[in-house]
Ligand binder design. Structure first.
Ligand SMILES: [Cu+2]
Length: 124
């Protein structure tokens, strides 16, 4: 009798875990990416097509203002009176900054190279 073969009941409990438990709750990625609140209130002036934009700007005393030159020509933001502020030359494609006067008032400014460019800075 070859009954000794029966010892091969070696059914290891390798239960192939292909179970239908597909509980992979993939989050629908509806998390809105933070909309970068960086310079939300930062004052800035853009020079484009030989004009300031905006041409009139209201800022707080001593506020820092960023000036972006989108033209290819050199521009400045220069106070028309008393040298209240001046960015100096800003080459095309570059940017600069200036600081608003600490005294409230209305300050006309221009570009020293292009006097037709005019703007007004109001310090509140
Ligand atoms: Cu200019």
């Amino acid at each position: 009798m070859l009954a000794a073969i029966a010892a091969l009941s070696f059914t290891a409990a390798c239960s192939d875990s292909g179970g239908g438990s597909t509980s992979a709750t993939s989050s629908p990625a509806s998390s809105t990416p933070a909309p970068a609140p960086t310079n939300a209130g930062a004052a800035h002036i853009t020079m484009k097509n030989f004009a300031f934009s905006p041409a009139t700007l209201t800022v707080k005393a001593g506020e820092k203002i960023t000036v972006v030159n989108e033209d290819s020509a050199v521009h400045t933001v220069t106070a028309s009176q008393g040298g209240a502020f001046d960015t100096g030359s800003i080459a095309g494609g570059k940017s600069g900054t200036f600081t608003a006067p600490s005294k409230a008032g209305s300050y006309a400014f221009t570009c020293t190279f292009h006097p037709n460019m005019k703007g007004t800075l109001t310090v509140s």
